[in-house]
Each structure stands twice: as C-alpha cells, then as structure tokens.
Design a protein around this ligand. Structure first.
Ligand SMILES: Cc1cc2nc3c(=O)[nH]c(=O)nc-3n(C[C@H](O)[C@H](O)[C@H](O)COP(=O)(O)OP(=O)(O)OC[C@H]3O[C@@H](n4cnc5c(N)ncnc54)[C@H](O)[C@@H]3O)c2cc1C
Length: 404
C-alpha cells in the first residue's frame, strides 16, 4: 500500500486527498488550523477547478452554495456609479461554466466528500527525503515514512521552507495588501441587494457583497509602497480603518465592522515563483508552489487543477513517484507561469494608482454591458479561463484519469 502525507487541508490538499484515496493510496492529511475554517472571500470559480469539481461530482453542491451576486458596481466615495459589469455577461462568455463561491463553501464541499478526515491542529515538524521515500515527523510527536510528501499548505508553506528554502527566495510581492472578513448589517444588506459594490480611490478600494445567508463580506485592497511590501499575515500594519479613511459613508460603515484577530484575513498579495518544486518524493501543489494571487482570480482553480494533474501522473506511473512528480511539474510549471503573467498584467488595472487610470478602468469594465461588448470580452476571457490541456482532453465523467 502506497502512503502519502499531505500537509494542508485547504483547496489543494483536500482535492489531492480525494483523488489519491480513490486511487488506493493511504493518505495522512494534516492541517495546522484547530478545526474547519469558515472565513473566506468571494472567488470566481471557472477553468480547471470547475472541470475538476465536475469530475468529483461536486457541481450540484457548489451550484447550491453559489453566491447570489449578479452585478459588480463601481462607485465613487460620494456614491456615484462610475462603472460596472453584470455577471451574466461573464457567465455567457464562459459558456455558463463559472460560479461565484465563498472560499469557505468550496472548502466545506471538498471536506464533506473525504473518506479520511483531516487531522486538525497538526503540522509537519520535519521532513527528510531519503532516496525514493521521505521520513516525516509530525508536530504531535509521531513519525512515519511516506512514499510521497506534498506541501499543500498555501502561500506561506512550511514544506517549501523545510525542503526548498526560505520564503523570501520564492515570494514575489505585487505591491498590494488585501483584507477580507464576514459581518452582519441588515440595512446595508437590503441596500446592496445582489450587487458587489466597490468604492474606489487611487491606490485603494473597499468592496462589499452579500454572502447568500443574509450576511455580508468585505473585500479591501490597497497599494503598498515598495519599501512597505511586507510579507505575512495580520496585525503588522496601520489599522485598516485608517488606511481606508475618506472613501465615503458606505466604506466607513464596512470598516466599522472589521474584526480584530480571528475572522480577519489580512495578507500581502504575492505570487510564488519557483524553477522547481519537486525534490525526490516531495512536491508542492496549489499556492505553496505556484500562487498566482487574487490578481489572476483563479488560485483555487489552479490548486484543484494541479492536485488533479498530480494524481493523474501518479496513477499513470504507479511504481515511480519521482518520475510522476517530474511529469506533473513539467506540465504545470509553464501553465502557471502564463497565469502569473496575466495576473501581474491585471494588477495594473485592478487597483489603479491615478484618477485617470481609475476612470479608464471603469470604462473598460463596463464594456460587457454595451451592445456587442460580450463579443469583445470573449477572446480575453477565453485566454484567462483556458484550462489544463491534460484535463480538457479527458471525459467529464467515467474514465476520469483518461488512461485506465
Ligand atoms: C482576497 C482573495 C481573493 C481571491 N480570489 C480568488 C478568485 O476569485 N478565484 C480563485 O480561484 N482564487 C482566488 N483567490 C486565491 C485562492 O483563495 C487561493 O489561491 C487558494 O485558496 C489556494 O488553495 P491552496 O489549497 O493552495 O491554499 P489555501 O487555500 O491557502 O490552503 C492552505 C491550507 O494549508 C494550511 N496550512 C498552512 N500552513 C500549514 C502548516 N504549517 N501545516 C499544516 N497546514 C498548514 C492552511 O491552514 C490552509 O488550510 C483569492 C485569494 C484571496 C486572498
């Protein structure tokens, strides 16, 4: 029986655990958090992630949990509409194969289909590759030898640090920080309806949208000067309310609900760039190895796509883990490089630094709502949403690895 240890029970780790268990591996899935995490932000879920979810039979559950948001509206701090986009335009361009999901809902859907539950409150303390196997010590003091160790532990990966080197060598900050949190405000929710409202000024923007359960979620992004491109999580910078002051009444109301500590996601916006993320029987999947950042808008999708691709190559080469990992990396690395490049290009427009660029961004954003605008968006979105070639080549149901 082949044994795999996966560090991190997020989107990539849960997806990989499902595929490996299905293929007969004994899987140990460890997660640092003390229990399932509900916090999250809204993600546009399309491309490879959508394709993998379909092959896992998850689409009915995910469609059920999809967010009610149907329009993005851009507002000035005084509340004037400056641009926007109906989601139907984007859905149409992607042939209906897109969902708006809270990250926590995707994670919970992946969790409910697991045969082996994650071990919460446990991480990897040490990992020593020895030939084609790896000695693993967990933080609960237990040790074992695995045929495969996968770091699926996100942008600040512990496995990457243990096996490949310090974070600073691989993290490419894009010059922004982002924060998000869930909160309740029935009056604001009634005013918002099914819209995702974004209030922008040069270099910063505050967004608010309904979660679908009567609650709201905040999404804050601001540019950081190069010297302040701090890496790491919450609590290290000036208070968010000060950073987003002057964006008008709605933004102030959203900021007033910002929690301190638990429930607040606050981190730098960064990509992970590695020339190799495989060493012997150790590899990385998802943000740990190739984070594209929220600017590319498909990190969860690539986490699921990569997990599937890794399982696909392992199933194709049952006796040779290192060869399977090399094949996975050879296919995934150039694919993620293209997505990272398009993410960096999008970053210039996501939070414009001047009023002129802000106006231009809002005009471009509204193209989809103009007659013929969808036709203009189609080639752009087709490139953005392009899925893994190996995945698009296999049927959506049945022979799911394409080589059995
Ligand atoms: C604001 C924002 C908006 C985004 N929007 C989108 C979008 O629209 N579409 C999209 O597809 N993606 C989006 N993303 C990106 C997406 O959320 C990530 O790319 C995706 O979650 C990556 O999945 P992952 O499993 O690799 O990492 P994560 O989801 O971060 O999961 C990593 C897991 O590992 C655990 N972990 C961390 N360290 C350890 C350790 N030492 N030991 C054990 N466990 C550990 C963590 O607790 C976590 O559970 C967005 C991200 C942000 C921040």
């Amino acid at each position: 029986m082949r044994r795999a240890t996966i560090c991190g029970a997020g989107i990539a780790g849960l997806t990989l655990a499902w595929w490996l268990t299905r293929d007969g591996w004994t899987v140990t899935l460890v997660e640092r958090a003390p229990g399932p995490r509900g916090e999250g932000y809204l993600m546009d879920f399309f491309g490879s992630g959508y394709d993998v979810a379909e092959r896992m039979g998850l689409l009915p559950t995910l469609t059920d949990r999809a967010s009610p948001v149907d329009e993005l509206v851009h507002l000035s701090p005084s509340g004037r509409r400056t641009g926007g986009l109906r989601y139907a335009a984007m859905t149409g361009v992607l042939g209906g194969r897109v969902l708006s999901l809270l990250r926590g809902d995707l994670e919970s859907a992946l969790r409910t289909v697991q045969k082996t539950p994650p071990r919460y409150g446990v991480s990897v303390a040490a990992a020593v590759p020895r030939g084609d196997r790896v000695d693993v010590e967990l933080t609960d003091g237990t040790r074992h030898t695995a045929d495969l160790l996968v770091g699926a532990d996100g942008i600040h990966s512990r496995i990457r640090e243990l096996v490949f080197g310090p974070e600073a060598r691989f993290l490419r900050p894009l010059g922004f920080r982002t924060a998000s949190y869930l909160f309740d405000d029935p009056d604001l929710a009634a005013w918002l309806g099914t819209r995702f409202a974004v209030i922008a000024a040069p270099g910063r923007q505050a967004g608010v949208y309904p979660t679908g359960r009567g609650g709201l979620a905040a999404s804050l992004i601001h540019r950081t000067p190069p010297a302040a491109r701090r890496i790491g999580s919450s609590g290290t910078g000036p208070p968010l309310a000060a950073l987003f002051a002057g964006l008008g009444d709605t933004a102030a109301r959203v900021l007033a609900r910002c929690p301190a500590g638990p429930g607040l996601y606050d981190d730098c916006v960064a990509q992970v760039e590695m020339t190799s993320w495989t060493r012997g029987p150790v590899t990385l999947v998802g943000d740990a190895g190739y984070a594209v950042s929220l600017m590319a808008g498909q990190g969860a999708s690539l986490a699921m796509g990569g997990a599937w691709l890794l399982a696909h190559h392992l199933a194709a080469r049952p006796g040779d883990v290192p060869a399977a990992l090399s094949a996975y990396q050879a296919e995934m690395l150039p694919f993620t490089r293209r997505k990272q490049l398009s993410g960096r290009r999008a970053a210039a427009w996501m939070v414009p630094s001047t009023r002129r660029r802000l106006r231009l961004r809002d005009r471009l954003m509204s193209i989809g709502d103009l007659p013929g605008g969808v036709a203009l968006l189609r080639p752009l979105m087709a490139t953005t949403a392009a899925g893994l070639p190996a995945l698009t080549a296999v049927p959506r149901t049945g022979n799911i690895h394409g080589h059995e």
